[in-house]
Design a protein around this ligand. Structure first.
Ligand code: RTP
Ligand code: MG
Length: 137
């Protein structure tokens, strides 16, 4: 069993897409092991996306991620990291496959509704960033 971190980003929460995203997760048989709404501070958003700190979009991305509440979840299942990324679709909604969350709902390459961990090491860091051991077992 693998765990991954999923986020409904501030654009998704503002556009009332929490239920839609959760319904898709449940239909795809990923177990929601933990879930909460948070409003990240700038420092928390910068810490979360620290891998991107040299990228040109870092300032916009961290402004966006602390612009309003987000819903963070730990999803669990066989191959959960890849399965959740497949449900999300490509970063840029123009490149995302039909039927993916980003294809169906994203506004642009930044306001793309959801986040998902991209590898086992990042999943371990990201789930631990928002949840304690007690909340995820
Ligand atoms: P995420 O980490 O949020 O799941 O997205 P991802 O793996 O598909 O994409 P990544 O390359 O990790 O980028 C993280 C987030 O930064 C924003 N972004 N903006 N303006 C831009 O060119 C640009 N590129 C990326 C997006 O919100 C992206 O999801
Ligand atoms: Mg990423």
């Amino acid at each position: 069993m693998q765990q991954t971190l999923a986020i409904v980003k501030p654009d998704g929460v503002a556009r009332n897409l929490i239920g839609e995203v959760v319904a898709r997760i449940e239909r795809n048989q990923l177990a929601i092991k933990a879930m909460k709404m948070i409003h990240m501070s700038r420092a928390q958003a910068e810490g979360f996306y620290a891998v991107h700190k040299e990228r040109p979009f870092f300032k916009d991305l961290t402004d966006f991620m602390c612009s309003g509440p987000a819903v963070v979840m730990i999803l669990q299942g066989e191959n959960a990291i890849a399965r959740w990324r497949e449900m999300m679709g490509a970063t840029n909604p123009a490149d995302a496959a039909d039927g993916t969350i980003r294809r169906d709902f994203a506004t642009d390459i930044e306001k793309n509704v959801v986040h998902g961990s991209d590898a086992p090491e990042t999943a371990a860091f990201e789930t631990g960033y928002f949840f304690s051991g007690l909340e995820r077992n």
